[in-house]
Ligand binder design. Sequence first.
Ligand code: ATP
Ligand code: MG
Ligand code: MG
Ligand code: MG
Length: 475
Amino acid sequence: MITAAEIRETFLKYFENKGHIRQPSSSLIPRDDPSLLFTNAGMVQFKKIFQGQEQRAYSRATTSQKCLRVGGKHNDLENVGRTARHHTFFEMLGNFSFGDYFKEQAISFAWEFITKELGLPKEKLYATVYKDDDEAFELWKKVAGLPESRIYRLGEKDNFWSMGDTGPCGPCSELHIDQGEHMACGPDCGIGKCDCDRFLEIWNLVFMQFNRDETGTMTPLPKPSIDTGMGLERIAAVCQGVYSNFDTDLFVPLITAMADRAGVQYGESDDTDTALRVIADHSRSMAFLIADGILPSNEGRGYVLRRLIRRAFRFGRLMGMEQPFLYEQARAVVKEMGSAFPELLDNQDFMVSVIKKEEERFSQTLDKGLAILEQEMDRVRHKGGQVLSGEVAFKLYDTYGFPLDIVNDVTEKQGMSVDEAGFNTFMAEQKRKSKEAWSGSGEKDVAAQFARLLEAGMQTRFVGYDTLCATSRIV
Ligand code: ATP
Ligand code: MG
Ligand code: MG
Ligand code: MG
């Protein structure tokens, strides 16, 4: 069986042999880019090159990029554990052309890599193109020999890629693999028709042609370029002959470690399986976020980290975990990923102590909050309702530290929903009040953030410009 680490290396080597310079993954925290919460694709570190604002000595690059898709335009938090293909944290393999080759070469590389290097069966592969992109349509016929019946024309939603509301973007073309009829979601299952896992999207080739500004206007980029992204976890699943990313060698050790800890078996019940998948997923995200300099807090990136830890902790409670356990899971992540990402090893002790503290903190209010949530849901049901008020959700947030995700998870499981708009109104009101009362600085003030770290007894170590904050560890 080919391991994920071998696939990563095979990919990077293949593109090196085609004249690409191997670059390290950049931080999950985009540098000098307030428009983006987290790095969500391989192209993020090259954005300025695509825009013509920065030059490099090379015109081709290849990376395996750490990505996080929580919050912002690409948000997969709710998909995690439900689909077999979505994670919050994942690695994106990519090859990039900065005004060098364009569509034909990109399609040809992708096809050769998938069918020759990895040996995937041609007859199971499908391509999609942007509806008006006749050029790409013809190229899939010419370069890959795909019959027209296996090339789909889709619209903006699927085949026009943009990183965020602004920035480089363009029509794209994607490779899908048919995982078999047994995976079909129903009679209407098909590419562009449903969102199930039968026709698994593995690789996106973006034909980077435009830059979109704040007003939505698209202007052509100085030179058309190529940006591609293939999820390592997905291609690993395909190559390893499994139908879920969670059954690959990237996840099995994490799931097994957690199942052992909780005294359950993976595959035993839907509820514990979901919990095990969510915990495996979130423990990767939290480890990588902390290694990249983020601490749990009540706003911005730090709040995303807090949400991930608390959500995972609540899923642990469903399996009877009473004591902090995620910090141990983080160690398992370091064990699995530390050799590919040394920043994890560097920051292991610090990461473990941050997670443990956050777990301890939340465990003090979790039970009480859950009891209140149950009571309130009973009350709503009693009145024949199905929607929990924004006021209750806000109280759970404000008094018991419940991120909205948790309230959503619990209510949804019982066929109810939350008045999110109402919640947001209460939240906005609270923000307004606290702004009035205190004009100090929050997370954005890096100096204050460091002061907190130092006060907590951490020693800081400057690690260069790759990370936004110098990462720290206990010495
Ligand atoms: P999907 O339609 O399955 O949500 P996407 O179209 O949002 O995927 P892209 O933005 O095109 O994904 O990203 C490029 C590639 O990165 C995808 O083809 C897939 O292989 C991988 N990928 C995207 N999102 C995730 C995720 N949440 N977890 C794991 N891999 C992902
Ligand atoms: Mg998506
Ligand atoms: Mg897609
Ligand atoms: Mg896509």
